[in-house]
Design a protein around this ligand. Structure first.
Ligand SMILES: [Zn+2]
Length: 434
C-alpha cells in the first residue's frame, strides 16, 4: 500500500507528495501528567509534589511546577502516594507458571504443550506487574516459550512485564546412556565446542542474554557441585560477549562461582558460601550478585503443593542462612547487587520479597531499591532507558502507599498503581485491574 502511494506521488508530482506526508503523519502521542505526593526518581532526588509528564511510552519531563502541564494532558492524581520507577526482576522463569489446581502437585502441571504453557503464564505475568515489576530478565525456558512470550508482550497481545530472555540455559549432560536414537535436548553442551554451539544457537533464536548452569542445585536440591570447567565457562562468557550479549551464570556453591567470576561473568546467580577472594574479585570487577534468597523461602512455604518429598526442609533452612550470610559479606565488601526472585510456579507477585532479605543483609531500603532499579538496568545494559524516572526513560512508574525509604515492606506489599510504557496496567486506587 505504501509503495503504491509513493509510486503515485512520484508520478503526480510534488503537490501530491505534501498531501502524502500529511496523510502518513503519525497521530500525536497522548500526553499524561502523573502527580505524586513524593517521588524517588533513582537519580538521587526525592521530590515533593512531583509531576511526571509522559508522552507516548516515554517520560518527557519531571517537575513540581503545575504550570508545566501541557494543555489537554490527561491528569492522573496519585498525590496520596509515593512514586518509584517501575521495578526490575533480573531472575525469573515466567513460562514455568502453575495454577493452584487443588490436589495437583505443581511439579506435575508442567507437561502441557508449549502454546498452553505460554497462555497460562499470562496470569503470572499480570501478578508480576501487580508487584510493581515492569521488566524482567527471564533465565531459562523450554522450546523458546520465553521468546514467544517476550514477543507477544512487545506486540501488545499479552499484558506483562517487558522481558529480556535467554532461551535455553547452557547445561551439562545429566541423563544416562540410552541405546537407539535419542533426539538431542536443547541447551546441553559438554566441552568447549559444544558450549560455543549452544551459545550461538540461543543467539540465533533471538536470545537477549546467555544463561549457563555452572553447578548442580535447583528446586529442592541445594547441592552446589561445580559442573563446568573454567575453560568451558570462559568459552561461554567470551562467545556471549563477542555477540554483544551479557551472561548470567548459575552456581549454588563456591567453586562454580569462583570460576564464573574469574571468567568474567556479568552476573552470578544464587552463589552461597563464596570465599573472600571471590567476593573481593566481584567487587573489583563490578560483577553483579543475584543471590535469590527468597525463592528457597517460597519452596519451604509451599513444598507440599509443589510436590517435593518430605525431608528437605532442614537443609533448605540451613542453605537460606548461608545464602543470607554470603550476601551480608558481599554487601559489606562493596559488591553490586541486582534483585532476582527466581520466581516459578505460583511465586509470581512475590517477586520483590527479595528486597526484604537485602535489608536483612545490611542494606538501607534505598540501597535495596537500587538493586531493582538502577543496578538491574545497568545489568541489562539499559541504564539510559530503564530503572529511573527521568526525561527520555520509559514511562514505567509505580505508586506505593507509605514511605518505602523508611520501610522496604511498603515497596513489597503496598503497590497501588502501575504504569508500563505509558499505559496504566494496575489501578487499585480505583479498585480494578486492567
Ligand atoms: Zn533460576
Amino acid at each position: 500500500m505504501k509503495t503504491m502511494r509513493i509510486f503515485l506521488a512520484v508520478l503526480l508530482g510534488a503537490s501530491c507528495a505534501s498531501l502524502l506526508s500529511a496523510q502518513d503523519k503519525p497521530a500525536a502521542k497522548p500526553v499524561k501528567a502523573v502527580r505524586f505526593g513524593k517521588l524517588w526518581d533513582a537519580k538521587g532526588k526525592l521530590w515533593s509534589n512531583a509531576i511526571v509528564i509522559v508522552e507516548g511510552d516515554r517520560i518527557r519531563e519531571v517537575t513540581s511546577d503545575a504550570a508545566a502541564i501541557p494543555a489537554g494532558a490527561e491528569t492522573i492524581d496519585l498525590s496520596k502516594y509515593t512514586g518509584l520507577p517501575g521495578l526490575i526482576d533480573v531472575h525469573t522463569h515466567m513460562t514455568i507458571y502453575t495454577d493452584e489446581t487443588p490436589g495437583e502437585p505443581m511439579l506435575k502441571q508442567l507437561n502441557n504443550p508449549p502454546a498452553m504453557e505460554v497462555f497460562l503464564a499470562r496470569k503470572g505475568a499480570l501478578r508480576t506487574l501487580e508487584a510493581g515489576v515492569t521488566t524482567v530478565r527471564d533465565l531459562g525456558a523450554d522450546q523458546y516459550m520465553d521468546i514467544a512470550m517476550r514477543d507477544l508482550i512487545n506486540r501488545g497481545e499479552m499484558i506483562g512485564p517487558r522481558m529480556f530472555v535467554c532461551g535455553y540455559g547452557v547445561t551439562i549432560t545429566s541423563t544416562a546412556f540410552k541405546p537407539g536414537f535419542n533426539p538431542s535436548l536443547g541447551g546441553i553442551a559438554d566441552g568447549v565446542p559444544e558450549v560455543l554451539k549452544v551459545v550461538r544457537q540461543q543467539i540465533a533464536a533471538g536470545a537477549d542474554v546467555i544463561k549457563m548452569y555452572a553447578s548442580t542445585g535447583t528446586d529442592d536440591d541445594t547441592t552446589g557441585f561445580q559442573t563446568y570447567t573454567y575453560e568451558e565457562i570462559k568459552a561461554a562468557v567470551d562467545a556471549a560477549h563477542k555477540f554483544g550479549k551479557k551472561i548470567a551464570i548459575h552456581s549454588y556453591g563456591p567453586d562454580g562461582a569462583r570460576d564464573a567470576v574469574r571468567a568474567g561473568t556479568d552476573s552470578l546467580e544464587h552463589a552461597t558460601d563464596m570465599d573472600d577472594a571471590t567476593i573481593q574479585e566481584m567487587a573489583k570487577r563490578g560483577t553483579f550478585y543475584v543471590p535469590t534468597i527468597d525463592h528457597n523461602r517460597y519452596y519451604l512455604d509451599n513444598w507440599q503443593k509443589i510436590g517435593y518429598a518430605n525431608g528437605f526442609q532442614e537443609k533448605t533452612k540451613a542453605f537460606i542462612e548461608r545464602n543470607l550470610d554470603t550476601a551480608r559479606k558481599a554487601h559489606k565488601a562493596g559488591v553490586k547487587f541486582a534483585m532476582g526472585s527466581d520466581a516459578i510456579y505460583t511465586m509470581f507477585g512475590e517477586n520483590t520479597r527479595e528486597l526484604g532479605w537485602f535489608v536483612k543483609a545490611g542494606m538501607t531500603p534505598e540501597q535495596a531499591l537500587r538493586t531493582a532499579t538502577t543496578n538491574a538496568a545497568e545489568l541489562l545494559g539499559k541504564e539510559k532507558e530503564l530503572g529511573a524516572v527521568a526525561p527520555g526513560y520509559f514511562a514505567d512508574l509505580v505508586a506505593v502507599e507509605g514511605d518505602p525509604l523508611a520501610d522496604i515492606n511498603v515497596a513489597i506489599s503496598d503497590v497501588r498503581w502501575v504504569m508500563k510504557a505509558g499505559s496504566v496496567v494496575l489501578d487499585k486506587a480505583r479498585a480494578q485491574v486492567r
